[in-house]
Design a protein around this ligand. Structure first.
Ligand SMILES: Nc1ncnc2c1ncn2[C@@H]1O[C@H](COP(=O)(O)OP(=O)(O)O)[C@@H](O)[C@H]1O
Ligand SMILES: [Mg+2]
Length: 267
């Protein structure tokens, strides 16, 4: 359980003069649930995109399951699943058809596709919707389906970029029940980004507070609270302590709206 599955070494990314990620280093153990907590623009998505080999770092490297993201990206891709921030299903296809498409993309052996899709729909409690057009499903069900898509090839690690932005509290809870079950059942390492304090507090083993491209602090929620030396400190207190900023709870309005617009477009 204590094996390091992600080892990040001095990773940086510049976009022209913008230093989106500044020389970050950290490690994640196998089967951890780990969160990047930070405001919009902190560099969360950029870091995730480098780790999943979609974006080349400006400098530094990371090893995933022992493989360098720069020198062995194909090996890295075999062991990861990715749920992007924006919608990644086709609304005009059924749930089952979306899963089949991804099974082929992820090179799931042909004769195993049907069984794995059936099992995944059962695991996510979406069997009833197998033949429903995805555009008729709720936002929470779509998110679950996206998690399912990213898990069909049995990856060791799942990366989720703001998995619950724009979802209602019940859908949010439901997604988390499934993610925790994935970890508990298969030992999947779960790496997610969020700007939601409660989500970070409730769901993860460790959190990295990220701000302006840097990791301000990393540790368990209780460690971060203790370090503030404040009695009954909340995670929000820790965030302010380590970044000097407040995390605006309504600051993500534009993103939620964008997510919903995309959802609406499916309909
Ligand atoms: N493709 C890009 N081109 C130029 N700038 C980018 C690009 N992607 C991200 N950035 C910039 O990098 C910074 C970090 O962005 P991002 O990683 O998306 O943050 P987060 O996911 O924490 O909101 C922001 O200043 C953003 O504007
Ligand atoms: Mg982002």
């Amino acid at each position: 359980m204590d094996e390091i599955i992600i080892r990040v070494n001095n990773l940086s990314k510049n976009f022209g003069s913008v230093q989106a990620v500044k020389n970050i280093s950290f490690e994640i153990k196998q089967s951890e649930i780990f969160a990047f907590l930070g405001p919009n623009g902190a560099g969360k998505t950029t870091t995730i995109r480098m780790l999943i080999t979609l974006l080349a770092p400006t400098s530094g490297d990371a090893a995933i399951n022992g493989y360098s993201i720069i020198h062995h990206p194909a090996e890295v891709r075999k062991v990861i699943g990715y749920v992007p921030q924006m919608i990644s299903v086709d609304g005009a296809l059924t749930a089952q058809e979306n899963l089949m498409l991804m099974a082929h993309l992820y090179d799931v052996p042909y004769r195993e596709c049907n069984r794995r899709i059936k099992e995944m729909l059962a695991f996510l409690k979406l069997e009833k919707y197998a033949r429903s057009l995805v555009r008729t499903l709720s936002g929470g069900m779509i998110r679950k389906l996206e998690v399912g898509q990213a898990m069909l090839h049995n990856p060791h690690l799942l990366f989720l970029d703001e998995p619950t932005t724009g979802l209602d509290p019940i859908a949010k809870r439901n997604i988390w029940e499934h993610l925790v079950e994935l970890r508990n059942t298969f030992g999947t390492t779960i790496f997610f980004s969020t700007h939601n304090m409660e989500e970070a507090e409730e769901a993860c083993d460790r959190v990295a507070i990220m701000n302006t491209g840097q990791i301000a602090v990393i540790g368990s929620v209780s460690e971060l609270k203790e370090k503030t030396n404040k009695k009954d400190a909340t995670l929000e207190d820790a965030f302010i302590f380590f970044t000097g900023n407040e995390l605006q709870s309504n600051g993500n309005f534009r993103e939620i709206k964008r997510t919903r617009q995309i959802h609406h477009r499916l309909g």
